[in-house]
Design a protein around this ligand. Sequence first.
Ligand SMILES: [Mn+2]
Length: 377
Amino acid sequence: MATESRSLSEYDPNAPADSSAGVFGVPGSYETASVVYVPVPWEATTSYGGGTVHGPEAILAASAQLDLFDLEVLNPYKHGLFWAPELPGILAMNEEASEKATGIKEAGGVPADRPDLAESLSFVNRASDELNRKVRGETAKILKDGKIPAIIGGEHSVPFGAFQAAAEFSGGFGILHFDAHSDTRSAYMGFRHSHASIMRNAAEQIPAITRFVQVGIRDFCEEELEFTRSQGSRFEVYYDQILQTKKMSGVPFSKIADDIIKNLPEKVWVSFDIDGLDPRYCPHTGTPVPGGLDFSEALMILRGLAKSGRKIIGFDLVEVAPPLNGDGTPLEPVQAIDEWDANVAMRLLYKMSAYALASQGTTEWNPSLRTPDASSK
Ligand SMILES: [Mn+2]
């Protein structure tokens, strides 16, 4: 592959991106990487708008546009950012499971008089189990090799196996969850690993996750409200309405960010559903909701987390979707004047990678600039 022919040490970050290079236009390999991106094109349980299966390829394509210099973190790209090949068989599995799931979604679940749908449901649930096993295995390998795993969805069900691997490897940790949705439904439409159930499944099946800190939540049902309340101090939910009211009442966002961060334990996995942001940043995501975080507010929270002495052990970025044609295929690159969703996502991905590296002491904060501290801890 062309990416292997040039090493990172001879790489010129000021030159235009080489389209044959890896993610962000930088050459790289698994061996030399500090951050490994695992693309998981999967959307079998997606209930509303589709397209997130095309998220990883759209983010990778858009990433060549990034200028690598970072004012805050010293040369994150020099520590090796590697886009791993797709896990074998995922796309075919997604296609088959999505087809089986269609009838269930149309019926809004599995009615008692539809044994055919019950059979489809058990197929989809088995496929989800298989997906989780694959993601868990890959994430465990990356963690054992001393690297930072980053799962790229796909819908929000995809990082479950990564949470399991993180629990196995790191012991107790917390999840910082950015989302418009609570994602604490119990088996939505019967799908045990629905995108709408990821945090419920994590809470019920992974006791090593000691805290869930949810930010930007603004679309949820009563069952979810009751579930998160029933978890007591294990769940701290920063509803969007409360965040916005505080902001409008003059509370500085730096104070809000500090309040959010102080709930988290020493080790943190960041689970970032792009729809946690204001939908002007992600108009094609499957379930957009008005309101949400500004890009710079999300960065302030992530920066504060990395500067607080806590360690970002891994992260995921999910529910990114490019615009689609009427038949559900993504626009051809030549037509894709609207690559905005992927553009935002790849910039967020680079910043999350930079903060994760800084939080682990792999790289330094950039001494050439004094950045405002989100956290004084
Ligand atoms: Mn979500």
